[in-house]
Design a protein around this ligand. Structure first.
Ligand code: ATP
Length: 767
């Protein structure tokens, strides 16, 4: 270990005496050592106990004299690094340290404040001299890389994720349009045209471009806000891929709830796509028949004809399972049924349609959680699938990718087989993952439009990729050519929301918040959209009018599922099980409404709102919370229990057991739609869930959402109030959004952007 003889590196500011808020230790001494300051910062909650112990342990490992200025600098930097990791950053960016007030104490001359009397270059040099600090690839506890200090493990995760994503992005499945023979290029174009018919407006169909992107690259990242058609696009893409050659496709999402939603969305998309293709087929057939001037032969038979091999042998498809809803109102038929002698079965457009319809059944519908896919090993942080035991699949689709943290992305990419493709879906503007990193945001970072641009995002293609995508889609993309496209060739952002029409309040508010556009935010609220409702926090703390209004609304909104439970109770009393509402119906009804809080603790946090609403529902005799697990109590699981199959974030209800109505059981709906019943006493740690945090609501949607902001946020609370939090809360609502807050808090939060320190964006876009 090399020790440097340098002037004092940390200037210790004498403590201010006589301040009541000081710890006794801090008050008693004029110039406390850094060890004492660490303790004091922990008392002030500027550090966690873990941060302090991390700093002390590393100083011990380094073997420094505790009172030396080197030791003090090292401890301080280690504490700062640990604090960054506790705040979900991947590293400590040295240039972001406020050298004059590194601990960022609110009062500059706060009792334990200190400053670092070194330039940034000197600081970096000093740090590189410690034996615990190494360079990329070293086996040291800490790594200093390009001005960022990492815990070795996080540095490894980050470089590995960057390497894997870059490698996947560079894996060209089709490099240029010349790679196709003319027939194949035409076939793919025709299929794309068929799935994405030209719209009347002249705008680029980004869904079509995204699909083509994923046909050409082993990595495709399709992002966009709610309802922009990510699932619709990926369903069409999977269909195209399955028509090319049958693949082993797996669908995953980070949580059980998100996986269940993905399954539902894919099913819904498939059904819509089936109807759409059948309508197209019907149209084509009518056209051909008209041309042949011959009426459609009788199609009344509902029997499936034996599958017909195509005459020219170009395709040998089994159309047996392909059912067509005839527009003329005839019964469902197979495609084979409605072939007639008068129709040319080899017409390329007909064949393309039939091929697509036949392949629909090959698109998987069941989605699992990432944990289940990777194979949890009880009591271990490792998974069954890793680089030594890769997953068995050809294509992996990961939904809600914004929720995937850096360590999980590392594990997922490690387990991905060499030749597999990866498709990431998500909303890059949503809250970042609960744990370290902001992987999806870093992946999209290179598409951030320059500040001067009106657009927020701008596509970035290499010359070759722009031409290839143009050849496949017919869309004009050359204006997006960028000299350093890097990951841009694999990315596509969908802009147009099909859920929120142009003038719908929720969509407008979400967009205004996303752009941190205060003027637009005020305008949207002033326009008094019927789907947006504001409850003002009362300035007078004795009056709880805004909160009362929210509670009254919530009692009424939750009244629906509670009345279904009351119905069942009556049915059980008269022992008539025939008219019971199923647990799924009741849980679906409960999921129509949710209160989302910015905070966990306090009167306006999850804890306070849950307690107040429990009381309000009790007063209205809608619940009887005499015992802990009372009928109708909503539960959210707070930790994983692999044996029970319950995961952090799973939501269920305490309901009467159909088989033994005197017994109350926690009921959950699993991703495959089945009901899981668990004895309340066996539940892993859990909370009541009339209200939940915005963080926990990621991956879920509700018809109505009430969002609660604290009236007077503390300094610590302000750190959580960001535009991503607001945007995520707003976009959980499909039909109605209510907000209990105050204008200054809402607006200041809209201006605060989540910044997660990480080197991933640089590794993906600049190196
Ligand atoms: N090009 C389109 N034209 C018309 N409707 C569309 C189009 N694309 C998607 N939709 C419809 O918009 C709705 C939302 O689409 P989809 O579920 O694919 O979006 P998403 O981005 O996956 O949504 P979420 O954010 O909820 O995951 C669906 O009803 C879908 O049928």
């Amino acid at each position: 270990m090399t020790k440097q003889k340098t002037p004092p590196m940390i200037a210790l500011t004498p403590i201010a005496l006589g301040r009541t808020a000081l710890s006794q230790t801090a008050q008693a001494q004029i110039a406390p050592s850094l060890r004492e300051r660490l303790k004091y910062w922990q008392e002030l909650r500027l550090l966690t106990p873990l941060d302090r112990h991390f700093a002390l342990s590393l100083c011990d490992i380094e073997g420094l004299d505790n009172h030396s200025s080197e030791a003090e600098l090292f401890m301080l930097i280690c504490a700062l690094l640990s604090r960054q990791l506790s705040n979900q950053h991947s590293c400590l960016v040295l240039s972001q340290i406020d050298l004059a007030n590194p601990m960022m104490e609110e009062c500059y001359r706060a009792p334990a404040s200190c400053s670092i009397n070194l330039s940034l270059t000197e600081l970096e040099h000093q740090l590189s001299q410690f034996s615990a600090v190494g360079q990329a690839g070293d086996n040291t506890p800490l790594i200093l890389d390009t001005g960022c200090l990492y815990l070795n493990k996080y540095h490894f995760f980050e470089t590995h994720v960057a390497h894997k994503l870059n490698r996947l992005a560079q894996t060209e499945l089709i490099a240029t349009s010349n790679a196709f023979d003319a027939g194949t290029l035409n076939q793919v174009r025709q299929q794309l045209d068929c799935l994405f018919p030209a719209a009347e407006n002249a705008q680029i169909d980004w869904q079509k471009v995204a699909t083509a992107t994923a046909l050409t690259k082993a990595l495709a990242v399709i992002t966009g806000g709610p309802g922009t058609g990510k699932t619709t696009t990926v369903t069409k893409l999977l269909l195209l891929l399955q028509t090319q050659s049958a693949m082993n496709i797996k669908l995953v999402a980070p949580t059980g709830k998100a996986a269940a939603r993905l399954s539902e969305s894919i099913k819904d998309s498939k059904a819509k796509l089936h109807d759409f293709l059948c309508a197209q087929l019907s149209q084509q057939l009518s056209l051909q028949l008209k041309q042949a001037e011959s009426p459609l032969a009788s199609t009344s038979s509902t029997q499936s004809s034996p599958p017909k091999k195509q005459a020219q042998g170009q395709m040998s498809l089994d159309f047996d399972h392909t059912v067509v809803e005839n527009q003329t109102g005839a019964e469902n038929q197979t495609v084979a049924d409605i072939q007639t002698e008068n129709v040319n079965p080899d017409s390329s457009s007909l064949l393309a349609l039939k091929q697509l319809i036949a392949s629909l059944s090959l698109i998987p519908e069941e989605a699992s959680t990432l944990h289940r896919l990777l194979g949890v090993i009880p009591n271990s942080h490792k998974f069954r699938h890793d680089e030594h035991n890769p997953l068995r699949l050809d294509l992996l689709v990961v939904d809600e990718a914004s929720m995937v943290d850096l360590p999980m992305m590392h594990k997922l990419l490690s387990a991905l087989p060499k030749d597999a493709r990866l498709i990431l879906l998500g909303d890059q503007d949503q809250l970042a993952s609960v744990e370290a990193g902001a992987v999806l945001a870093d992946i999209c970072a290179g598409l951030k439009a320059p500040a001067s641009s009106a657009a927020q995002w701008q596509m970035r293609y290499s010359h070759e990729q722009a031409l290839l995508l143009e050849a496949l889609t017919g869309e004009k993309l050359t204006r997006y050519i960028h000299p350093q496209a890097r990951l841009g060739d694999s990315l596509c952002i969908l802009f147009h929301s099909h859920r929120f029409k142009g003038d719908a309040g929720i969509g407008l508010l979400a967009a205004a918040v996303n752009h941190a556009d205060i003027k637009a935010i005020r305008q949207v609220w002033q326009q008094q959209h019927q789907e947006l409702n504001w409850f003002e926090h009362q300035a007078d703390s004795n009056s709880a009018q805004g909160k009362d209004a929210l509670l009254a609304l919530s009692v009424s909104a939750y009244g629906d599922y509670l009345s279904l439970i009351a119905d069942n109770k009556r049915q059980f009393e008269i022992t008539d099980a025939s008219a019971l509402h199923s647990p799924k119906t009741i849980i679906d009804s409960f999921n129509q409404y949710r209160i989302l809080c910015a905070m966990r603790a306090g009167e306006f946090g999850v804890d306070g709102i849950n307690a107040a609403l429990t009381q309000a529902l009790k007063q209205r005799k809608l619940i009887d919370p005499k015992q802990e697990f009372y009928l109708g109590r909503p539960i959210i699981i707070a930790s994983n229990d692999y044996n029970l199959g319950l995961f952090n974030g799973d939501i269920g209800l305490i309901l009467q057991d159909k088989d033994q109505p005197t017994r109350l059981m926690a009921h959950f709906i699993k991703a495959d739609g089945s009901v899981l019943k668990v004895q309340p006493a066996r539940l892993p740690s859990h909370d009541t869930c009339y209200a939940m945090t915005v963080h926990k609501s990621q991956g879920s949607e509700f018809a109505k959402v009430s969002f609660v902001l604290p009236p007077k946020p503390s300094t610590a609370q302000w750190q959580l109030l960001t535009k991503e939090l607001l945007y995520t809360a707003i976009t959980r609502a499909k039909a109605q959004f209510y907000c209990l807050g105050s204008q200054p808090v809402f607006e200041r939060a809209s201006r605060q952007v989540t910044l997660r320190a990480s080197g991933l964006a640089r590794r993906l876009w600049d190196e």
